[in-house]
Design a protein around this ligand. Structure first.
Ligand SMILES: *Cc1c(COP(=O)(O)O)cnc(C)c1O
Length: 392
């Protein structure tokens, strides 16, 4: 297995090796992460609404653990479809105002399982170039033609829709908010194109569910496009503070997925205590609108502080704030310097993002205070000057 060492050396030389470091929970402080003896402001978590340590969620999970047991014991098609699943899926359909909902083990399995259940050889998937890796893997798994369009470029998408107009089934798929850039997909234009070319439309709300919409339903609701989105996907692993994912759509779609989505069929059901915790998180996401308002205020404040400092942070308005550094090694050094200053903010490098766009990806949380964000932006500015990303 010499080849492996050689390849790893090459990755390390290019500042592209990935390593794992140990983090620990700082009990009662969802906005922080423990690293060794230190407590760092966590600006690299997707716990947007600060729910990951919510006492009401922990309480129902503890109770469910005692009554329902630890693991589910089987896949949902066998004997793992315990009662909390049905209750959650009803509540999800009600929340999203759709006919039916289906829970998956996580977002990766939802995307890879749904896309490979909907299309196959002879079909085509139109996918934004910056879509999440789980979407890309779903397309590869499906064996359908992969028609990648330039990021948010509707003219390019239109030309591909035209080119592949004679394919059997056509699926357009996009992130609603892009995970590494924090900008939004042009959903209205996507709906218009899907109608014009008779395609299906799938929207991944991993970074917008819980954050947009009056009850946190997501961006499709905020834009009142729900009836035009055929496959609506979201996760419980980000703003819900837990783990898992859902698909919402027509009764027929869900019936199809129950029969065809292999990650659902050939994998064990989630632990019932988790499902119970998700149900509790779902009511909190709907009821506690202040968490969304606080998150929006935090995003505005942090974005304007970084802009005032002279950084270019893209066009989005979401709690995902990319600070593009370009060079891989410089992005790593930036992240390490921030850690010294008490901020956990990881460097995101290729292949997660395109070549020469290595970045620090900040993500904000309801749990962050104005003072923490202002202090952080001053420290970020100093590091930016030190490393020559900013001119003094
Ligand atoms: C995180 C993410 C996923 C995967 O969700 P998990 O539940 O973490 O597996 C899918 N799509 C997008 C856009 C994501 O950001």
């Amino acid at each position: 297995m010499n080849w492996m060492e050689k390849e790893l050396e090459r990755l390390a030389d290019a500042s592209l090796e990935r390593t794992l470091h140990a983090d620990s929970r700082v009990s009662g402080f969802p906005g922080y992460t423990g690293r060794g003896e230190r407590r760092l402001l966590n600006m690299s978590s997707n716990d947007y609404l600060g729910l990951s340590q919510h006492p009401a969620i922990l309480e129902v999970m503890r109770e469910a653990l005692l009554t329902e047991g630890a693991g589910s014991g089987a896949s949902r098609h066998v004997t793992g479809n315990l009662l909390p699943y049905g209750r959650l899926e009803e509540a999800l359909a009600d929340w999203q105002n759709c006919e039916s909902a289906l829970v998956f083990a996580n977002g990766y399995m939802a995307n890879s399982g749904v896309i490979s259940a909907l299309v196959s050889r002879g079909d085509v998937v139109f996918s934004d170039q910056l879509n999440h890796a789980s979407i890309v893997d779903g397309i590869v798994l499906s064996r359908a033609e992969h028609a990648r369009y330039r990021h948010n470029d509707m003219e390019h998408l239109r030309s591909l829709l035209h080119k592949y107009r004679d394919k059997r089934r056509k699926l357009i798929v996009t992130d609603a908010v892009f995970s590494m850039d924090g900008d939004q997909a042009p959903l209205r234009e996507l709906v218009a194109l899907k109608r014009e070319y008779g395609a299906m439309l799938m929207v991944d709300e991993a970074h917008s569910g819980g954050i947009y919409g009056r009850r946190g339903e997501g961006l499709c609701h905020e834009l009142e496009l729900l009836n035009d989105v055929d496959i609506h996907m979201g996760t419980f692993s980000k703003s819900f503070g837990l783990y898992g994912a859902y698909i919402c759509g027509s009764r027929t779609l869900i019936r199809w997925l129950v029969n065809k989505a292999r990650p659902l069929i050939y994998s064990t059901a989630l632990p019932p205590s988790l499902i119970t915790g998700i149900s509790k998180a779902l009511s909190l996401v709907q009821e506690e609108h202040w968490r969304r308002e606080r998150l929006q205020a935090a995003s505005r404040l942090f974005r304007s502080s970084l802009r005032d400092a002279g950084f270019h942070i893209g066009t989005g308005s979401s709690p995902i704030v990319p600070l593009i550094v370009g060079d891989n090694d410089r992005a790593l050094r930036f992240s390490k310097a921030l850690e010294v200053e008490g901020i956990a903010a990881v460097a995101i490098r290729p292949p997660t993002v395109p070549d020469s766009t290595a970045r620090i990806r900040f993500s904000l949380s309801t749990a962050h205070t104005d003072k923490e964000l202002i202090d952080a932006s001053l420290l970020i500015r100093n590091v930016g000057i030190q490393l020559g990303v900013l001119r003094p």
